[in-house]
Design a protein around this ligand. Sequence first.
Ligand SMILES: C[S@@+](CC[C@H](N)C(=O)[O-])C[C@H]1O[C@@H](n2cnc3c(N)ncnc32)[C@H](O)[C@@H]1O
Length: 516
Amino acid sequence: MPSKKKRRRESERPTIHPRNKYAENPPDFSLLASLYPSFQPFVFYTRDGLPRIDWTDFNATRELTRVLLLHDHGIQWWIPDGQLCPTVPNRCNYIHWIEDLLVSEIIAKANTSVNNARGFDIGTGANCIYPLLGASLLGWSFVGSDITNIALEWAAKNVKNNPQISPLVEIRKVENCPHSSSVADQHGDASVFYESKTELSSSMVTEEADPLLAASCDLHADVKRRYQGPPVLLGVVKDGEKFDFCMCNPPFFETMEEAGLNPKTSCGGTPEEMICPGGERAFIIRIIEDSAVLKQSFRWYTSMVGRKSNLKFLISKLWEVGVTIVKTTEFVQGKTCRWGLAWSFVPPTRKMISPRVAQKNIISFMLEGLPRQFSAIHVLQSIESFFCTSGGSCELNASSFMVDIALSNDLCNAIMKNESQPLDEATSCRHLPETSNSSPLDSLGFRISVFQQIPGTLLVKGSLQNRDNPASEKGSYSSVYSCSEVFHFVKDSGNIWFNSGYSQQYSSFITTALHI
Ligand SMILES: C[S@@+](CC[C@H](N)C(=O)[O-])C[C@H]1O[C@@H](n2cnc3c(N)ncnc32)[C@H](O)[C@@H]1O
């Protein structure tokens, strides 16, 4: 029996995106069966009179997807037997999460509105689900790529059969590069169209690798588990093309046996759809490698991740290749959990803090996916170093993992506007008087505590210290506002700092963050 704590954690899990059409109104099988006679034979009723379908029956899940797409989205859709059948509510979650990223101000806004967003769906499949949903729900345009004849043929049919959105979607064949080998090559499946059957030796991959990448990161450490298939983004994206985002539901598994491990559902899926040597980790590393070359050709790169252990690994790879931001989310559907991973090379903007947030005097955030050797004390030291060299007063308490900081209001404003002059650390760092729990009246006092949750994940907490003093009271809004700005600043800059290497000063990263 799951523990109370675990049950509580499960009940707190987000299950469906709040804007998902099915968040308030889950699919009503009875209604659908009454409206669509072809769906009727698949619906049965429990003793309690609840309508159900047999999730292990491919025909039932495919018919459900067909009627949901038709009923709720006006989309005509079909896939041949055995192809991967998507669950519509689940796929909508990913679309809405991308929408959240696009409307957020984490990175500089695009010139075009979110309604005109252009996406790239890596491995769109015969079902072409993401372009169909993205175009019909939000008016987005898409390039959907794939490698198999059957996927390309059916994706194109699914687009053509929906003239209301067909101008928005291009289905693009991934041309096999001469040195690439396919899943089919390695699994002997004849349904893949690659002309070239060249086996790729590991030495060839090294030669093919972009020298920039080879120098900047060690993504090729595990040769055997490396992706050895056809191109993913590089070689598929055309010169000069720009996209707001890419998305991908990658082949999650390394073997078909592994793919068939969930006997409770039948969503179909051929070897090309479900597996790739090295599994999703290898496939997503290839997306990361390609993104490190294509950089700002995409505003956001995203992928689904099937395993939490891979998520952590991939996040640390992302920092190695110099991304400016990483975001994750959890997609929960029934008992299945997937993660969304997003990253960008566009410099992050400073957050605009809403008055509601600004009035809080405690702000906390997580720094995740850091190299394991970076501990709480490293973060504290660099925060201390930054504020000291900017002219603030600091007191680092290493045993309780906190640093108390006092900044004059003027200095605080100067730091936020990037006008502070870094001082020589040895001569400039003033320490707070021992008795000083509150700071001088014209200054802002705050405490930053850092706690290690697990190696690579730190919780950073900032709290305003002199909220009750009369000076703060007088200008309380601006003091608290400045304070929360500073915390957000530390947060945004922290990621850049880790990304760029421990040896550099925190201040230079903050400067970088402000120069966008
Ligand atoms: C798990 S399926 C996802 C299908 C669909 N997007 C979905 O969510 O149901 C993975 C797809 O990626 C395709 N694929 C594999 N390698 C690829 C590559 N290098 N470029 C483009 N597509 C690829 C497979 O053919 C398959 O259709």
